[in-house]
Design a protein around this ligand. Sequence first.
Ligand code: ZN
Length: 273
Amino acid sequence: MPELPEVEVTRRGVAPYLEGRVVSAVTLRHEGLRWPFPADLDRRICGHRIRITRRRGKYLLIEFDHGTLIVHLGMSGHLRVLPKDTPPQKHDHFDMEVDDQVLRMTDPRRFGAVLWHGREDGAIDEHLLLRGLGVEPLEEAFSAQLLYRQTRKRSAAIKQVLLAGDIVVGVGNIYASESLFKAGINPKTAASRIGLARYEKLVTAIRETLAAAIAKGGSTLRDFMAVNGQPGYFQQSYFVYDRADQPCRVCGGLVRQLKQGQRSTFYCPNCQK
Ligand code: ZN
């Protein structure tokens, strides 16, 4: 499943082909993905110039003067920029032509989304899907003080609090396990019982983990131009994630797996207290 680093790498990959350019055509090959495609999408954006691209959590925002196209990759989606005459494949549901290229969305499981938010509907950050999102983990607003302050009354496990996304967005299942390992914090610890010093370590670990994943993904950027290549989500070597019963890379003890809110958590009981 694409997480924040994949979405950010996707944004960086497609931005040079979109920003400052005018949309010439839109093709929809399905009635919708997770939700129906917006009515009259071609009429809304054809002939309009794309100002910038942004990312908020796992949402890619393609901004025009008169509104914003919101794209979410869901469970299995990806975006590529291809020559305009590239024949579509089975799961290619959305095309947006820009100059002689096409931005193409492939989404086999169709949990992704393409939505339109007109300027007349208000500020994009107030959109129903965006307004409850916490701060961006790579921006300055994310700090140990913020985590500390907002968890004084949260008795839920820290892993669950990170995944909830209302304090900080984009720390998904993989990166929560990895960051808690690097910070030496047991994922079952009640968020309210973690002090400022440990939150300092956690913030640093989250920033480093996400930044490293983005840097790693950056090396696959040219895949966004490949006609036949399927840009797989980056395979990385993890400290604990998906390593149940294997030796911890730091202490040699066995990595354990547990379920927290239906999601698997991986941790080292020796290294994480
Ligand atoms: Zn260990």
